[in-house]
Design a protein around this ligand. Structure first.
Ligand code: UD1
Length: 368
């Protein structure tokens, strides 16, 4: 009996992976013929960047922890490959399932492909067409070696066809991140974060930033901080700060600039539920995150994205997203528009309906 089980190595590594794997593991539980093996590469390792998501999203303890940690792109990717190859050889999975676009995603997909183990990529096909982003390289390469490409949107399918990926590998399933959002929305609403921070619904903006282009280049970081300086004169801004950003602010000696902004609340990174509560109740969101562009669109909260492009064009065309780059004036103007009641409202793709993970699992089982 055991031999007939389909062993699936499910890989996570960095923060944005956790909310994507949670609904897939949940959907797999219903099928005794599936045996998921959860592998955490350790790309993110702090409590706030990793453990808290396992607690908040009811993700089981990883079966295997590679403990790889931080490093340059080459070092991190290579270390993950070396460690994951050992795991793949020991566990002999029938399939390796990777999510998103982080270094862990590419590293494990590559190992599996070379060992002739089929690869499933969840969130396949999305493209920013900007190879200065490490994630874009990870996306293109992961998709190129994958056998099951699980795509969130029609746009994504069109991108894959353009790249010559055979039709039989492309599966339009919707967005697993939204599965998690819809499942945990009510629970998130019960967390006391607003009271804890002395905030009122709709009376603050939520901000995040961590992209190398925005925080590793001093001039760009300063341009964004100038905009925050202006905006926080009109509305409180809550900024849970990514460790990369915190490090850069110290290195560029900008800490005083930050602490002088009296209406800016800087926090450590926070877990899924409390963060979702902050997002749901914000007047608007300022971010360079990929996932938050989707989440704000589904929540119908205006989002200003601190980037010049996006791999999620639906959030612009249909949703609440506006690209503002890191141009100080543009960020301020668009923020003030929202404060004047002119924020974008919208809709979202039909398959962002909370059932993407079930479609993925049914496809793997051949029952869809
Ligand atoms: C990674 C992903 C990015 C994702 C982001 C979310 C890649 C290429 N990038 O970027 O797509 O949006 O995660 O957070 O995979 N650090 C800690 N503690 C941790 C993890 C990291 O302090 O738990 C610090 C380290 O100093 C590290 C730096 O943050 O060097 C960057 O971490 P890394 O995983 O290299 O990339 P992210 O910027 O987090």
């Amino acid at each position: 009996m055991n031999q007939q089980k389909m062993k699936i190595a499910c890989v996570v590594g960095a923060r944005p992976n956790f909310m994507k794997i949670a609904p897939i593991l949940e959907a797999m539980k219903k099928y005794p013929q599936l045996q998921p093996i959860l592998v955490h590469t350790g790309q993110h390792y702090d409590y706030e960047m990793s453990c808290v998501f396992f607690e908040d999203l009811d993700i089981p303890e990883p079966d295997v922890h590679l403990g790889v940690g931080s490093g340059s792109h080459a070092v991190q990717t290579a270390k993950i490959m070396i460690e994951f190859e050992k795991v793949a050889l020991e566990y002999k999975p029938d399939l390796v399932l990777v999510v998103g676009d982080v270094n862990s995603t590419l590293a494990c997909a590559l190992v599996a492909a070379k060992l002739q183990i089929p690869v499933a990529h969840v969130e396949a096909g999305i493209r920013s067409f900007d190879k200065s982003m490490p994630e874009e390289i990870n996306r293109i390469l992961t998709d190129a070696v994958s056998d099951y490409l699980f795509v969130p949107t029609e746009h994504g399918c069109a991108n894959l066809r353009r790249e010559g990926i055979p039709e039989e590998k492309i599966f339009l399933v919707g967005d697993v991140m939204i599965d998690t959002l819809l499942k945990y929305k009510n629970k998130a609403a019960t967390t006391p974060i607003l009271d804890d921070l002395g905030l009122q619904k709709g009376n603050y903006a939520l901000m995040t930033m961590h992209r190398p282009h925005n925080v590793d280049i001093k001039e760009n970081l300063i341009k964004i901080l100038r905009a925050i300086q202006e905006i926080q004169n009109k509305i409180q801004i809550v900024l849970p700060m990514h460790p990369r950003t915190r490090r850069r602010i110290e290195e560029f000696q900008l800490s005083e600039k930050i602490s002088n902004m009296k209406n800016l609340i800087v926090l450590e990174p926070i877990g899924y539920l409390r963060f979702l509560n902050l997002m749901m109740n914000a007047q608007f969101v300022l971010t360079d995150s990929g996932g938050m562009q989707e989440e704000t669109t589904v929540l119908n909260i205006p989002c200003l994205t601190l980037r010049e492009n996006t791999e999620r064009p639906e959030t612009i065309d249909e949703g609440t997203n506006t690209l503002v780059g890191n141009d100080t004036q543009r960020i301020i103007e668009e923020s003030f528009k929202i404060l004047d009641g002119l924020g974008k409202a919208g809709t979202y793709p039909k398959l962002w309906d909370g059932h993407a993970a079930v479609r993925i699992v049914e496809t793997l089982l051949g029952t869809r």
